[in-house]
Write a protein that binds this ligand. Structure first.
Ligand code: NI
Length: 409
């Protein structure tokens, strides 16, 4: 049976999404966005929790009785992109745009909050709503965790819109769904000399060129054909003149992997190639890592709960291809098990495109899904927390070994 969202609420959520879309704020600067979210929640009588966050906020529903805590997360920040959609509610701020649909995520979570508030008295625990800042800089999840908002959370859920999935579908999978996004920057030392007298120096350009070529063999020769990885060098810079061999070459880029073991091996091989090629050319190099988020890895049990909630919300479950983009939701999954899903929004363009848009008719389904998954997870955790009963024992036996991770004080 589908959870119905009446037309009035659906219309309100679309208005909220359009307001957020028209007034985007960049990562870490979501002051007005935070104030708007606070206003919408307070109008519904939803209590704001006192976690110390500069931007973003945490709210709670339920908790009338002792019980488990389930967290729902929406990211709220925009991107430094000039919008080109031509929509009537297009960004009114030059150089800022909700080009990843976080406006949609925020509106969906507010919708879920309204639905859950209506059922507050029946909730066997607490639903904690995480309106997270700075996802695009992969900083916000760490800030939310540092604020203490993941303490006591038994399961955590979130979603991302997906332009290549039709409205009415939801992509759910157990295991990895988004990639680890590691950044690297390499400095290759040279010894400057006249371009006509290369034997008097060390050429960092030729050395870097060999590194770039050799790095491309990591994925083909060091990663199993059954795993996947991307190594992309995206910037290379050296020299200032046509007749001078410079002192330094620098390049940077990114590595994407879906498994911590593959991630570690690719990074190990990367440094081995860089240092080995440098040695072969009689010089040295340094690799600096800018740690992006780890892979987003869904828990099998909670992926099944997500599928159950999708059915309640009237959505069709499809098996999604994992995305090589990064998501700092991965950090929450290090704190508590859970599931991150793709919600079909049938957009004309991929994420981060200046003409990116979502089909708003997906909004009621997204809100209904989030409310349903929180309710399902609370019910499962509270049944388990009931302790020594026969249900708890049966659940522990039939579980996938993660049941103990769901225990909540
Ligand atoms: Ni995004």
């Amino acid at each position: 049976m589908a959870i119905g969202i009446e037309e009035a609420l659906a219309g309100q959520l679309i208005d909220i999404r359009r307001h957020l879309h028209a007034y985007p704020e960049l990562s870490g600067e979501e002051y007005e966005t935070t104030a708007s979210i606070r206003g919408w929640l307070e109008r519904e009588g939803i209590r704001i929790a006192a976690y110390p966050l500069k931007t973003g906020l945490v709210a709670e529903i339920g908790g009338m009785r002792e019980g488990p805590v389930v967290a729902l997360r929406a990211d709220i920040d925009a991107l430094p992109i000039q919008e080109e959609t031509g929509l009537p509610f297009a960004s009114r701020r030059s150089g800022a745009m909700h080009a990843c649909g976080h406006d949609f995520h925020t509106a969906a979570l507010i919708g879920a909050a309204v639905l859950l508030k209506r059922r507050e008295a029946e909730l066997p625990g607490t639903v904690r709503l995480l309106f997270q800042p700075a996802e695009e800089k992969a900083k916000g999840a760490a800030e939310v965790i540092a604020s203490g908002a993941l303490a006591g959370v038994g399961a955590v859920f979130g979603l991302h819109n997906k332009p290549d999935l039709p409205v009415g579908t939801i992509g759910i999978r157990s295991g990895p769904i988004m990639a680890a996004a590691d950044g690297f920057a390499v400095e290759v030392d040279g010894k400057g000399t006249h371009a006509a007298v290369p034997e008097a120096g060390i050429d960092p350009l030729v050395t870097a060129a060999h590194m770039l070529t050799a790095l491309q063999s990591i994925v083909s020769r060091s990663v199993s054909s059954l795993d996947s990885a991307v190594v992309s060098v995206t910037r290379l810079s050296a020299g200032t003149s046509w007749n001078v061999i410079p002192e330094l070459a620098i390049f940077d880029g990114t590595i994407r992997t879906f498994d911590e073991g593959v991630r570690a091996e690719v990074r190990r091989r990367f440094e081995q190639v860089v240092n080995g090629v440098a040695a072969a050319f009689g010089t040295t190099a340094r690799t600096r890592w800018t740690g992006g988020p780890p892979p987003v890895v869904n828990d099998a049990r909670w992926a099944r709960t997500a599928a159950k909630a999708a059915a309640v919300a009237g959505l069709e479950v499809v098996e999604p291809r994992p995305s090589p983009a990064g998501e700092d939701f991965a950090l929450y999954l290090k704190e508590a098990p859970g599931a991150f899903v793709f919600l079909g929004t049938n957009g004309p363009r991929e994420w981060h495109h200046p003409a990116f848009d979502v089909d708003e008719s997906a909004l009621p389904g997204a809100a209904a899904y989030l409310a349903a998954v929180a309710a399902e997870a609370l019910a499962a955790l509270s049944a388990e927390g009931a302790g020594a009963g026969p249900h708890a024992a049966a659940r522990a036996e039939s579980g996938d070994g993660r049941a103990e991770a769901g225990a909540v004080t």
